[in-house]
Design a protein around this ligand. Structure first.
Ligand code: PXP
Length: 237
């Protein structure tokens, strides 16, 4: 069964909108774990627009499952990760003006830099996942730079506006999962997954873990976080 990791960035977004101390993503992470989530994901952005340094420090102390720190490969954040020692890091491309992570990493275009970052992380005992589009060239590059995981970007599948387009994007993801498995990489997936489109991805048996944030937080506003996580978990088995 695929595991479900919950991204709690949006809880911090709501807190930052008021500039006060609630809602607290640390408390939300605990509720997600109690509901059955197998991991917690947070993206510490360079601009600190949602998750703050205080959050990752407290999450490191309190998360009982697995803390996955999503991050750009920038010097300042690399230092924080090396000190914090999350259970894993997921490297993503980060642009200041974007609403959310837009595309996958161009691993092939920055092999030297990523090889060095991954070696530093491995030296600190931190496995690295690379967030990539379902693309054979990027999968091979991920293997070359020493990644342990790839996270296959499901954004185009999630954004599909017709059944044909969704089928096409799904086929690309399924092929990428097989290719990554063939390279000996471990495989996560995520971005844009919701209560309608997750079951099909979760059924791909070589995927270890799904990373889901927005849809769960949006539903949590209506039904509560515990129930929103449980309903998503039910789609993952
Ligand atoms: N995976 C990565 C690498 C992401 O950047 C995000 C968005 O923060 C997610 C998964 C989760 O995406 P969503 O919030 O659309 O579920």
């Amino acid at each position: 069964m695929v595991k479900l990791a919950i991204n709690v960035d949006h809880v911090a977004t709501l807190r930052q909108a008021r500039g006060i101390d609630e809602p607290d993503p640390v408390l939300a992470a605990g509720i997600c774990e109690l509901a059955g989530a197998a991991g917690i994901v947070v993206h510490l952005r360079e601009d600190r627009r949602h998750i703050q340094d205080r959050d990752v420090i407290l999450l490191r102390q309190t998360v009982k499952t697995k803390l996955n720190l999503e991050m750009g490969a920038a010097e300042e954040i690399i230092k924080i990760a090396l000190n914090l020692k999350p259970d894993m890091v997921t490297l993503v491309p980060e642009k200041r003006a974007e609403l959310t992570t837009e595309g996958g990493l161009d691993v092939a275009g920055q092999e030297r830099h990523l090889t060095s970052v991954i070696a530093q992380m491995k030296g600190a005992g931190i496995p690295v996942s690379l967030f990539i589009n379902p693309d054979d060239g990027q999968i091979k590059a991920a293997k070359r730079v020493g990644a342990t995981f790839v996270e296959i970007h499901t954004g185009r599948y999630s954004d599909a506006v017709s059944e044909e387009e969704e089928d096409r994007e799904f086929a690309l993801i399924a092929a990428a999962v097989n290719a990554a498995h063939g390279e000996g990489l471990r495989i996560n997936a995520g971005h844009g997954l919701n209560y309608r489109n997750t079951a099909r991805i979760a059924a791909l048996d070589k995927i270890a873990e799904l990373s889901i944030g927005h849809a769960v937080m949006a539903r949590a506003i209506y039904v509560g976080l515990d129930q929103a996580v449980r309903e998503m978990l039910a789609l993952c088995c």
